[in-house]
Design a binder for this molecule. Structure first.
Ligand code: NZQ
Ligand code: ZN
Length: 389
């Protein structure tokens, strides 16, 4: 096991009706905030009114900025930065999913600097400060409610890039599983695929003697595999949603990669897909991950066989772990299909014409490799995309 430091400071307020606490949680940090949200879902569900009532009840003033799109855009971030600076706002409150939260984190960084926040996404400098962020989560998926990450798309050049900083852990996140009842089935599938991907990225490691976190990851993968199917069958099953939502947060709050190094190539390759084609992140991962597995499995069949056996209950072929591993990949693909996702680029209406471009962008024009379990250059990335055709 590697040395590590672990401190996740996000205060989680979990359970039925907990959005009523948002005013009190916010007031601890600021009395004037940016209320940031997406399209129509929080208005049609009535959540917007409940959040506003709670803020007012706690004496918190707010300025609204809605309109965050999935794969959140830089131009709206700029608008939020301008509002925070002009109105002297002290916290960004994100009510929504990963896209809203990521946009809020970008605004929080941009509000305290006098250059373009996009510089950080290009790797030019690191944030030294940020406004506090609070969240009310409406979809278990990205894990941004308790993560260091923010992923933003710049419209010019369709570039989707991430920043990670400890400054970006939300101060609090309100998780009420009831808020997920209104999710369309497709978004449920995408959320489950993203959570599963966060676990698999961490699972496929070259670090040895990580049995404890292996077991935690396996338990979380099994939970998501089962609960995704349950909530799709019964969208108002609070108990199933509660497990799904909490597992989704734990999957990406850095606890499960303590002492190990995750891979993350599949995320990098998917970000090119959603940057160029604006596909949902989870739907892109369901296409990229099995292809990545087919390419990399021969480098460590035993690890794949362990995953196949413990997560997907595949009978172990002790003579040929490759056989066990391949059956695990097949069961993963079958699970994606069962939760309504395709596993081929064609399912996303993506052809072969821009594979070279995406492979180049993903590796910064072959100046870097992606992934840690196996390091992929642009040729290998292209090969993964081809395996997904
Ligand atoms: O905009 P509204 O109307 O709210 O609709 C949203 C959106 O269309 C809808 N939705 C959300 N909650 C709902 C709901 N509809 C009905 N009822 C509800 N309760 O769902 C759609 C998708 O929302 P989005 O926020 O885009 O989903 P998700 O949470 O999957 O976020 C995806 C983004 O997160 C990034 C992804 O790259 C992508 O841009 N990620 C962020 C990470 C992080 N910050 O740590 C890590 C992840 O790996 C990921 O890259
Ligand atoms: Zn993800």
């Amino acid at each position: 096991m590697n040395n590590f430091e672990f401190c996740n400071p996000t205060r989680i307020v979990f359970g039925r009706g907990t959005e009523a606490r948002v005013g009190a949680e916010t007031a601890v940090h600021a009395k004037k905030v940016l209320l940031h949200y997406g399209g129509g879902s929080i208005r049609s569900s009535g959540l917007f009114d409940r959040v506003v009532a709670s803020l007012k009840g706690a004496g918190v003033e707010y300025v609204e900025l809605g309109g965050v799109k999935p794969n959140p855009r830089l131009s709206l971030v700029h608008e939020g930065v301008r509002l925070c600076k002009e109105k002297g706002l002290g916290l960004v409150l994100a009510v929504g999913g990963g896209s809203v939260i990521d946009s809020a984190k970008a605004i929080a960084m941009g509000a305290v600097i006098d250059h373009d926040v996009w510089d950080f996404y290009l790797g030019e400098g690191e944030p030294k400060a940020a406004l506090p962020v609070g969240t009310v989560l409406t979809i278990p998926a990205a894990g941004s409610e308790s993560s260091t990450g923010t992923v933003i798309t710049r419209e010019e050049g369709l570039l989707k890039r991430a920043v990670n900083s400890d400054l970006l852990y939300p101060r609090f996140s309100i998780l009420n599983p009831e808020l997920a009842f209104t999710l369309p089935a497709f978004q449920v599938g995408c959320g489950a695929a993203d959570i599963m991907a966060h676990l698999m990225e961490r699972y496929f490691t070259t670090v040895r003697h990580v049995e404890f976190t292996d077991r935690l990851l396996e338990a979380t993968m099994k939970t998501i595999a089962h609960k995704a199917v349950e909530v799709l069958a019964s969208p108002r099953d609070y108990d199933a949603w509660a497990e799904f939502m909490w597992a989704g947060t734990i999957a990406h709050n850095n606890l499960l990669d303590t002492g190990r190094v995750g891979d993350w190539a599949s995320h990098d390759m998917e970000h090119e897909l959603s940057g160029v084609y604006d596909v949902a992140h989870g739907a892109g991962l369901a296409v990229v991950f099995p292809a990545w597995m087919k390419l990399t499995m021969p480098t460590d069949p035993a690890r794949f066989a362990q995953w196949a056996s413990r997560v997907w209950n595949v009978d172990t072929d002790f003579w040929t772990p490759e056989v066990t591993a391949r059956e695990g990949i097949r069961r993963l693909e079958a699970w994606y299909h069962a939760i309504g996702l395709g596993t081929r680029l064609a399912d996303l209406h993506i052809g072969k014409d821009r594979l070279d471009e995406m492979a180049r962008k993903c590796t910064d024009g072959d100046r870097r490799t992606v992934g840690n379990f196996v390091k992929l250059d642009s040729k290998a990335v292209r090969r993964v995309y081809e395996l997904a055709v």
